[in-house]
Design a binder for this molecule. Structure first.
Ligand code: SAH
Length: 387
């Protein structure tokens, strides 16, 4: 097996529970192609086995701290089996959930989402790509899916020197798959939709909001209406708003699919819409803000914070007395403390007394490893206007 030697700094990262070692901490690299390598420290002490990506800034991703492990088909079968077992029981609530959440499941750069009897995978490192057939075989053995689709149209793959395409790896995968999420049904779009076809990471937050929703409701970044559908079961009227007309066509279809007739679909910029509603002194009893990541890079954080504060401040002002706001951010660079600070500042400027009823994170099938901050990105808060 090929070997890589890492610096003390690199070794310390692993010791502190983070599986990545950067290029600058690799002292002696294997010349060969991507795959698995045995890693030692400067004194030759074996540290474990890692995925090796020759072209990436993230050179090594720890797979096993047992340096004698053999990374073969049975290894992948076992490791993927453990991740699947961790989700047991979830299929009672839904037929669509994440089976492997990369580093959060100890399987760096691997994502596997299940949509009913189909799987959507993302192999996001060169080292992992080397094991594609073992991974596909393990998924077939454990789950007998009707089809496996690779959503490899992600920019991360470019950094690894890998192609960016959407590719069928096994069987057949339909254009649309019906997702059952508690009492709601909606269509996922595995080939062309965002992420792997739907936003599975907010599932439990949608259920929560569905329980507390009432009166006139507004879902501001609605996409295919997944929050709006949960709102509509309890609220009298739901405005589903998105800047994408195409997304709203889907949202409207999803309302019909659930036999819901209390939806209104508005194509608009949420910033503008909230401003206009505030001026017109409109009130909502329930509001959801689930925007796209405003801070895609660390340098964009300050501008992003202003954006988050603005929409939250306006949403707070739009709430009727006793009204509830579920607000979220999926920007990894906006940390939990900064998210809370932003909400506190928005509340202070809103002129409303806002109660924090619940702090939330991402769905349970997206496990967040405390030593790997990159595994957690969703922050959510359920707020209530006191008066
Ligand atoms: N809440 C959704 C996911 C939202 S994704 C769910 O749980 O499934 C973010 C959505 O915001 C996208 O559909 C995008 O079209 C929309 N969007 C982005 N910028 C916007 C803006 N300024 N105003 C309104 N919608 C916007």
């Amino acid at each position: 097996m090929l070997t890589a030697t890492v610096s003390t700094k690199g070794a310390r990262r692993w010791a502190a529970g983070h599986p990545w070692i950067y290029r600058s901490d690799v002292l002696d690299a294997p010349a060969d192609d991507a795959g698995a390598v045995r890693v030692t420290d400067q004194r030759g002490k074996p540290l474990g086995i890692a995925l090796w990506s020759p072209r990436s800034e993230i050179s090594l991703r720890l797979l096993s701290s047992n340096a004698d492990a053999t990374i073969d088909a049975p290894w992948w079968h076992h490791a993927i089996g453990r991740a699947i077992a961790r989700r047991s029981g979830l299929d009672r609530e839904t037929n669509a959930f994440r089976l492997v959440h990369g580093e959060g499941d100890g399987l760096p750069s691997l994502v596997v989402d299940r949509y009913d009897q189909w799987l959507v995978v993302q192999l996001m490192s060169a080292g992992l790509e080397h094991f594609r057939s073992d991974i596909v075989q393990a998924l077939l053995d454990h789950l007998s899916p009707a089809g496996i689709l690779a959503r490899h149209d992600v920019s991360l793959r470019a950094k690894e020197g890998l192609s960016q395409d959407v590719e069928l790896l096994f069987g057949a995968v339909p254009e649309e798959i019906e997702v059952r999420e508690d009492a709601v049904r909606f269509l996922a779009a595995p080939w062309h939709g965002q992420k792997t076809g739907a936003f599975l990471d907010q599932r439990e937050n949608r259920t929560l909001v569905g329980r507390v929703a009432r009166g006139r409701a507004l879902d501001c970044f609605s996409y295919h209406g997944s929050f709006a559908l949960h709102l509509a079961r309890q609220a009298s009227h739901v405005v589903a708003l998105d800047s994408s007309a195409h997304a709203l066509v889907r949202a409207e279809e999803n309302f019909r699919r659930n036999g819901l007739t209390n939806g209104e679909f508005i194509e608009a910029n949420a910033f503008e819409y909230l401003k206009v509603q505030e001026r017109a002194r409109v009130r909502f009893d329930t509001i959801v803000l689930d925007p796209p990541a405003f801070a895609k890079t660390r340098s964009a954080l300050q501008a992003a914070l202003r954006g988050y504060k603005e929409i939250n401040l306006r949403a707070m002002r739009l709430l009727s007395p006793g009204g509830v706001l579920f607000t979220a951010s999926c920007s990894y660079h906006l940390t939990k403390p900064l998210f809370l600070e932003m909400l506190e500042a928005a509340a202070a400027d809103s002129g409303r007394r806002m109660v924090l009823r619940e702090l939330r994170g991402q769905a349970v099938d997206h496990p967040e490893l405390l030593t790997v901050p990159e595994t957690g990105y969703i922050k959510g808060a359920l707020l209530e206007a006191l008066d």
